[in-house]
Design a protein. Structure first.
Lengths: 128, 482
């Protein structure tokens, strides 16, 4: 299940581009590999992030994983619902389990992101 | 099992004291008096004995079961070490004794044990000085990185980063962060060791230290180790050796000879003292000569007349890292263990540990994937990914093993292996035990093919069934009894 309308990173994050803002979450593959998610450390709204910086943490029964900023920009919103119900990421990784919104400042960075086909191929390659 | 409080019935007593026949006058300031009576169970002596005896029978321990818990080195704890550590002369010493006037003369034996143990650890690891103060591995790591920070501060070096490979123990990045450094993770190469090119790229003059576990958590010895330590020293970074896996190389290679500057050991792993709930642990830290002046106070020193004393005159010391001298009883047991085995014995222990791990790896390859399939050292990492395609994950196999009377291996670590199962048999297991384990894994692999659904219900033989790990992690209730 890799939605066609999203962009992806090799760190298993997805990005939905909505005008000048982007919505970010982790992919279905990532949530399934992590297992039951127990805690999400959200970024501060208003904070600045640089591409590839760690800006959030997702903890599951197996491990704590850093989430890397797929793009540079300013955090405009964080999904507060994850504080009490982090399992939303397991239940709906591409929907209610979104992590935050970023006002991206460098549109050229989007070119580095993978499309659904390229991400699917990346998953296949890393399986072998 | 019931709590002892539920057996409580007013009026029951274990001991009855006779009525006091002398005047009682105890002056305690009201502010120190408790407002209500302590909540203690009223139970008879046999009830107390039965309760705790039955509770202890529920223990899953290395004295009763095979315990192949990777990176934990759950080897058998020889009982003679317990016996010697409980000798009256050691067990009833008060830690303040050597600090009293003339007290040093009453504690010469204990100080000699610490001094001799430090010397033996220096010889085993190739370091110049040791402190026995840290209470466990992670505590030793923190001490070690604080020593490195003190060294750089004293030299006026401006350092910012600590490099750690992605197979490192989770405590490594936590240690570096608490000591005030930023962590940079270096990926592994296709052989399962730190990628040399990526390492060189990350290695700048701002790097304070490189933390390595060698052999690493995949049980693989880094073939580039000399290149790594040389390159680090060239930019003024120090090499930190995480000693969790020392059991693989005792007497074969000395970290000091490889170019490591600071090392911690886990006496409770490598040197056979109890841990895993049966501890406490002990995490001595060894350093090269240049770092000795920063070691925690007090230092045990040998005077010219052959007597031992405590030295506090160390102006550059990082200070106390724990109360007194560390877990003395544990040090004593480790000292006995080292003397019992001797040089040849320690070498043999490492050899058998490596042999046992390789035997299991080769035999288990038929039933489990082994992603980095090289000759391993004391442990190896298998993957349950093949079974996971049928819905049986590492956690399910782990739970099934409990029903078979085997402690599950470490699961889901290191993170670079999917559905990881990290297996470390240690040298103290016989071929018969290893063969039994192989049989059990074979049986479970077949079961995973035929009836994957049954795994959801394991374990069935324990006093509690499968625990809700999500609830345990999410809804923590750490309040004390009110």
């Amino acid at each position: 299940m890799i939605p066609e309308d999203l962009k992806y990173t090799k760190d298993h994050e997805w990005v939905r581009i909505e005008g000048s803002e982007v919505v970010i979450g982790i992919t279905d593959y990532a949530q399934s590999a992590l297992g039951d998610i127990t805690f999400v450390e959200l970024p501060d709204e208003g904070g600045e992030v640089k591409m590839s910086d760690t800006f959030a943490t997702v903890e599951s029964v197996k491990a704590a994983s850093d989430i890397y900023a797929p793009l540079t920009g300013k955090i405009t919103a964080a999904n507060g619902a994850l504080e009490d119900t982090p399992e939303l990421i397991n239940q709906s990784p591409y929907g209610d389990g979104w992590i935050c919104r970023i006002a991206a400042t460098d549109a050229s960075e989007e070119k580095v992101l993978l499309d659904a086909a390229a991400y699917g191929q990346f998953l296949e390659e890393s399986k072998s | 099992m019931e709590l002892i409080f539920s057996k409580s019935k007013q009026g029951k007593r274990g001991i009855k004291f006779p009525r006091v026949d002398v005047p009682v006058e105890v002056k305690i300031e009201p502010k120190y008096k408790r407002e209500k009576l302590a909540e203690l169970p009223s139970v008879s002596e046999p009830e107390v004995v039965r309760h705790f005896t039955n509770l202890s029978k529920k223990n899953f321990d290395v004295d009763s079961h095979f315990y192949p818990l990777g990176s934990c080195t759950m080897k058998y704890n020889p009982k003679i070490t317990e016996k010697l550590a409980s000798l009256e002369g050691f067990a009833s010493l008060h830690p303040l004794d050597p600090q009293l006037i003339m007290g040093g003369m009453l504690t010469q034996g204990a100080l000699e044990v610490i001094s001799n143990l430090e010397a033996l650890l220096c010889e085993i690891t190739g370091m110049d000085a040791f402190t026995t103060q840290p209470m466990a591995g992670a505590h030793g790591e923190l001490t070690g990185i604080m020593l490195i920070a003190a060294y750089h501060r004293n030299k006026g070096n401006k350092k910012k980063y600590v490099l750690i490979p992605d197979s490192g123990h989770g405590t490594n990045p936590a240690t570096a962060a608490i000591a005030g450094y930023e962590v940079k993770t270096v990926p592994s190469d296709e052989n399962g060791v730190m990628d040399l090119n990526e390492f060189k790229e990350a290695l700048t003059s701002e790097v304070a230290a490189v933390m390595l576990t060698c052999p690493n958590t995949l049980g693989i010895f880094n073939p580039h180790i000399k290149k790594i330590t040389d390159a680090a020293h060239k930019v003024g970074a120090l090499m930190y050796y995480d000693g969790a896996n020392l059991n693989a190389i005792m007497g074969k290679v000395r970290p000091g000879d490889l170019g490591f500057d600071v090392i911690h050991l886990n006496l409770h792993k490598t040197f056979g003292t109890p841990h895993g709930g049966g501890g406490p642990g002990s995490g001595p830290v060894g350093v090269r000569e240049e770092l000795e002046e920063f070691l925690p106070v007090s230092r045990v020193v040998k005077r010219k007349d052959g007597t031992f004393a405590l030295d506090y005159e160390k102006p550059l010391s990082i200070g106390y890292i724990s109360q007194f001298y560390g877990n003395f009883g544990v040090m004593l047991k480790a000292y006995v263990y080292i003397l019992l085995l001797g040089k040849e014995g320690l070498i043999k222990a490492s050899e058998i540990a490596v042999l046992n791990a390789n035997y299991l790896k080769v035999k288990l390859k038929k039933y489990l994937d082994v992603p980095f399939d090289k000759n391993c050292l004391h442990e190896f990492v298998a993957s349950v990914s093949h079974q996971a395609e049928r819905g049986v994950r590492a956690i399910d196999v782990a739970k099934a093993l409990i029903d078979k009377g085997i402690h599950p291996p470490t699961v889901y670590f290191p993170l670079i292996v999917k559905e990881a199962m990290m297996i470390e048999p240690t040298e103290t297991e016989s071929k018969e035990t290893l063969d039994e384990f192989i049989e059990v894994m074979k049986e479970l692999a077949l079961l995973a093919e035929r009836e994957p659904d049954v795994f959801r219900d394991f374990p069935k033989t324990t006093c509690v069934s499968r625990l809700d790990e999500v609830k345990a992690a999410k809804d923590m209730d750490l309040a004390c009894l009110s």
